[in-house]
Ligand binder design. Structure first.
Ligand code: GDP
Length: 401
């Protein structure tokens, strides 16, 4: 069994091992044996981690107890992020580390088996994180992690989040997204009722809303099982706030992108493919509906709003958006022209990529967040698109040479 453990953030100069590259390290059985044999040498009182450790958890648990002990003198706030390996999870982990938090993440066990593939967004901060393997499909595993970590704040970002895929597998989207949220909330209620809870709601809950722009009072009308599942999580969050007094807030986040976005989403797909075309690595870009309009912001700005929501005296729901929309065609034109390409020479519209029920336009009104959280979007759509194209172009060019 291997355990990921930070050597510096919480433990100060406690003489912890680190890899020469400063990257993640694995604590071996041999290393734990050395601590157990001679705990004082490592500044640990005898019995502390033996008494607290959970045999089912193996060495990850012992590692956690060591971290817990080391962190005590620093009075760090402890955050637990579900979905830490995703775009938002990685930005949020950076933000929280920068604010002096002890940051824990829940990941799937399979991600630990191929860390270079699944944990690529966390590579640069791996040695500062504490990762726990658990599944959103298992209440027992979620409960165990909460019991162990006892977080002050929980950011629940994990979900099946690709709308197109939700049409292919409605059942797993709904099961994972609704039950997973319910498990997390129930664990908080039982284990750490004072923990702040952030739920990653989505503009997809509005669907084809009758009113534009959409705000916190706009009626929901989801158009996909993803939107329905997020709406279920949103109502659960509100219910735990009202019924059990959990400090539970929901962000209704409109589309937010970055170079860390998955390739299945249209922004990254367009920017990445445009860069490949420029480098002679692709011959066309196949897309669906060019006329769909979205309110696209920068993910790095949006995680600030998540954190701000949990710093409020009373929990609430907030729309987070830019208030501007652009079409998929605008996105394509901008990305291709940035590389001095005429998009009409390269783009093929493929009806198979249309959705069975499309949302034509989503635009958010974030005035409540501006007023109550002091939050504003930072990066413009133009800058965001250019940044994404540039980063993909550089990476592909370097990989080729
Ligand atoms: P979503 O808003 O969460 O569904 O984010 P996406 O990036 O997946 O899609 C945004 C919009 O782009 C939707 O209206 C899609 O129908 C539209 N779109 C057009 N072509 C494509 C495509 O090739 N891939 C994706 N993912 N979306 C596309």
């Amino acid at each position: 069994m291997k355990a990921y453990l930070s050597g510096n953030a919480a433990c100060g100069d406690g003489g912890w091992p680190r890899t020469a590259q400063g990257g993640p390290f694995y604590l071996s059985l041999a290393f734990f044996s050395r601590i157990l044999d001679d705990p004082m040498r490592f500044g640990m009182p005898q019995g502390l981690f033996r008494a607290e450790s959970d045999p089912e958890c193996g060495f990850g648990c012992i590692a956690h107890n060591l971290m817990h002990y080391c962190g005590k003198g620093y009075k760090m706030k402890r955050a637990l992020i579900t979905g830490i390996t995703g775009q938002d999870g990685s930005f949020l982990a950076e933000l929280l580390l920068g604010r002096g938090y002890e940051v824990h993440g829940i990941i799937r066990r399979v991600a630990m088996e191929v860390p270079e593939h699944r944990l690529w967004r966390l590579r640069h901060i791996m040695d500062k994180l504490i990762l726990h393997a658990a599944s959103l499909e298992s209440f027992a595993s979620i409960f165990r992690v909460f019991n162990l970590v006892q977080p002050d704040e929980c950011y629940h970002l994990a979900a099946q989040s690709f709308v197109s895929y939700s049409f292919e597998d409605e059942f797993s989207t709904i099961n994972t997204n609704i039950n997973g949220t319910h498990y997390v909330l129930a664990a908080i209620k039982e284990v750490c009722p004072n923990c702040g809870f952030y739920f990653a709601g989505s503009s997809e809950m509005f669907g084809n809303a009758e009113q534009t722009p959409q705000n916190e009072h706009t009626p929901f009308f989801p158009r996909s099982s993803y939107g329905i599942s997020k709406l279920g999580g949103f109502h659960l969050t509100r219910n735990y706030r009202e019924a059990y007094g959990v400090h539970a807030a929901s962000g209704i986040l409109f589309n937010h992108e970055s170079p860390r976005r998955g390739l299945e989403f249209v922004t990254r797909k367009v920017c990445h493919t445009a860069a490949r075309i420029k480098l002679g690595l692709a011959k066309e870009l196949r897309v669906g509906n060019l006329e769909a309009r979205r309110d696209w912001g920068y993910a790095g700005d949006y995680v600030q709003a998540m954190w701000l929501m949990l710093q409020q005296d009373s929990p609430d729901d907030f729309v987070i958006a830019t208030g501007e929309t652009h079409s998929v065609k605008d996105l394509i034109e901008l990305a291709f022209s940035h590389l001095h390409l005429d998009w009409k020479d390269w783009v093929v519209v493929d009806k198979r990529l249309y959705r069975p029920s499309e949302i034509h336009e989503l635009r958010g009104d974030y005035s409540k967040a501006r007023k109550q959280l002091g939050w504003e979007p930072g990066m413009s759509f133009e800058e965001l698109t250019r940044t994404m194209v540039d980063q993909d172009f550089e990476q592909l060019k370097n990989a080729r040479s």
